[in-house]
Each structure stands twice: as C-alpha cells, then as structure tokens.
Design a protein around this ligand. Structure first.
Ligand code: PLP
Length: 396
C-alpha cells in the first residue's frame, strides 16, 4: 500500500501513541491470553457497574413510548439541550446555593468531549494543567498545538497545586476537584486562591466537577460557589459517575454570561461551536437525565454513590492495615496509593496482575508526578471489590 501525499496534524507527534486505558487493556489482554484460567479482578478503568436507577429507567421508558407515537415523536434535539433539562440542571445548582440561567447550561453527551472540544474556543494562551490529572486536558491541548505547563500535585501540597509563583500572565488553567486520579478536593480557601489569581491575571479556569456527587463535608461542589468565579470560570460536569450514565451519555458545561474576551462572549462562541459540530443528546437520554436530577431521582443517585463509597472504605481499610500510604477514597471513588517497596507504577501494575490478578491503573499514566503511585477504583461490584481487597491484603 502506498502512503498518501496529504499532510497530517503534526501535533500528533507530541502525544503518547496510545490513550492510557488502551495501554492497560492491551497488557491485561496479553496476560489473559497467556493465563486463560486466571480470574482477573478489575479496579482499573473508572467505569461504573450498578444499573440505572428506577426513576431514570421509568422516565426513559416513558420517552421511548413518546418516540413510538407520531403525535409525540421527536427528531433532532436542540444542539444545546432541551429547555426542560437545562432548567433541571440550573435547579440542581440551587442545591449548592448557585444561581444559573438555563441559557448558561449546555447539555452534551460527555464531559470528556466537552473538555477536549473547549480548546477550540481559545487562541494560543499559556495552559496550566495539574500533574497528575485526567489525561484528556493534556492530550487535547497538545493536539491543538498548545504549550502546556504542569502544576505538580504532590504529597507536600496535599495533591492540591496552588497559584503561588505563577506570575501575572493570562492563561487557561485546568482544575479537577475531586481530582482524578488523586481524589484530592479543593476547600473554599484554596479554590478561592485560584479564583482570585484568575481574576487578577485575566485568566480562565476550566473546572471539572465530574466527581462532585462524591463530595463529603463542607467543600465546594461547584466553582460557582466561590465569589467572583462567574467572571473567570467554565464548569464541566457529568451524570456518568453521579447517575451511572457512562454508557447512557449525558453531561453539561456551564458558561456564565460574564465571560468575555477580545469582544467575544465565550457562551455565545460555545453555542455557535455546538450548533455547527453537534446535533444534540437523544431525547430519551435527556428525559432520563431530568429524572436523575429531580429530588427523588437524585436521592436514588446518592444511593449509588453510597454503595461505591462503601467499596472505597473496604479498599482503604486494607491499605491502612498494610501500612500503605494512600489518599482519596473519601469524597472520591479513587484511591491513590504509593507503590510498595519503591516499585514504579507500571512495574507494580505488572507485579499486581501477576501476583494477585488484580488490575489497577499506573499513576505514571496521569502525569510524571504520578510515577510511583497507583490508582484503585471503588466502581466494582461489592463481591469483586471484597475479593480484590482480600487479594491485596494477602500480597501487600
Ligand atoms: N472528567 C473526569 C475528571 C473524568 O475522570 C471523566 C471520566 O472518567 C470524565 C470527565 C468523562 O466524563 P464523561 O463520561 O461525561 O465523558
């Protein structure tokens, strides 16, 4: 086969050849092929296991019935979301004391795509990304040819980078709280310092609240709980982990009217971008999402979260008993553990797979500062989590 003569996006030379979880899957597949008898337990990829809740299912079934009737059938959904869901999301924020207009809420089929697509709104700004963090921010900025500077999240700063020493340059700053993978959560004071920095320097914060529902205690669920954030922040959130929507797909991005740059409204730019490149989330899914955010539906979601929280506590107790340093597990479905005996992240991955047939995620895959760490998730079933915990206790 002869190669074509077209030019490709040269920025693809700057990203790792595989997405982290594809690498993990390939290693597990190779192990399974060599050991077909092995019963592998997965505490790796952050996918949920509990089914959708009763209210969500009932709402979606009702919407399917509407689609089956010519009088109530719907075609293309509005690109930014049906008003009923944009309003339901705005009401959801009242739970945290945040007032939003429905037109500031954009419904989407994933926080992952929105995190990646938001790069299209911006020119060549400096970009600050925590290290370690969800890999999508880095890769999407590299694909867009941006220069990225890392904000190290280490044991010394409680895995919560601060704006100290950043200088006065306007930048795009990513914050993920609760953080994937470390589980670290910003409190009001530390998040306030970022908002203050952004306002002072004319910077924009892209705040990822995908794990907001896991928060325990009096820390912000939304960056808009912080005074001044409406003038410097976009927030991305999702029902994937809150309501078990990883396969159903529904998320949102909040862009306040106040966000203006170079004479452009970021809200209007995003609306324009979505109208051009997105054709909306299915009606049936949006009705399910609306049900998940209703008072009764949200109570059911919090039961799902509570189940995963108990799994996290099971894993945490084993790590505590074995004297392994870890963080997260509270306010987060992730536990971020130090690899024992000075092992590297991928070395421990291979060792744990071979010794206990337990799969986790190597910390190095989330950034250089993740080297020597390992991420375990609480999203498994109770049975498989309990069994994995027994295997961890036996080998750590
Ligand atoms: N943001 C963070 C921090 C995540 O960890 C994930 C998924 O793991 C996402 C966003 C993706 O969410 P969605 O399923 O809505 O695309």
């Amino acid at each position: 086969m002869s190669a074509m003569s077209i030019k490709v996006n040269p920025n693809f030379r700057n990203i790792a050849p595989n997405y982290l979880f594809s690498d993990v899957a390939a290693r597990v597949a190779a192990y399974t092929e060599a050991h077909p008898e092995a019963r592998i337990l997965r505490l790796g990829v952050g996918d949920v296991t509990l089914p959708l809740t009763g209210r969500v299912i009932a709402a979606m079934a009702g919407a399917v019935a509407e689609m089956a009737d010519g009088a109530t059938f719907r075609g293309y959904a509005p690109e930014s979301g049906y008003d009923f869901l944009r309003e339901a999301v705005a009401r959801h924020y009242e739970r945290f004391g945040v007032a939003l207009a429905a037109r500031e809420v954009f419904i989407s089929d994933g926080a992952k795509n929105d995190c990646g697509n938001l790069t299209e709104l911006f020119g060549d700004n400096p970009v600050f990304i925590p290290d370690p963090v969800y890999p999508v921010y880095l890769d999407s900025n590299l694909m867009a040819g941006r220069k990225v500077t890392f904000l190290p999240a280490t044991r010394e700063n409680d895995f919560l980078p601060t704006p100290e020493g950043l200088g006065a340059e306007a930048a795009i700053i990513y914050i993920c709280s609760p953080n994937n993978p470390t589980g670290a959560v910003y409190d009001r004071e530390r998040l306030g310092a970022w908002v203050e920095h952004a306002l002072r320097t004319g910077s924009l914060i892209i705040y990822d609240a995908a794990y907001e529902a896991f928060i325990e205690g009096d820390v912000p669920h939304s960056i808009f709980e912080i005074e001044g954030a409406r003038a410097c922040a976009i927030e991305v959130a999702s029902l994937s982990k809150t309501a078990g929507f990883t396969g159903t797909r529904c998320s949102w991005t909040v862009i306040p009217e106040e966000l203006l740059a170079e004479g452009f409204s970021l809200r209007d730019m995003w609306e324009r971008r979505q109208a051009t490149k997105f054709n909306g989330v299915p009606y049936v899914v949006q009705r399910g999402a609306e049900a998940a955010l209703s008072p009764e539906g949200y109570a059911e979601c919090l039961e799902l979260v509570g189940y995963y929280r108990e799994n996290a506590e099971l894993i945490a107790s084993a790590l505590r008993d074995r004297d392994v340093f870890f963080t997260g597990g509270a306010s987060s479905p992730y536990l971020w553990m130090r690899c024992p005996r000075g092992m590297g992240s991928w070395e421990f991955f291979d060792w744990l797979l071979a010794t206990a047939q337990v799969v986790g995620t190597p910390g190095a895959g989330f950034g250089a500062e993740g080297e020597g760490y390992f991420r375990l998730t609480s999203f498994g079933s109770r049975e498989s989590t309990a069994e994995a915990v027994e295997r961890l206790r036996a080998c750590l």
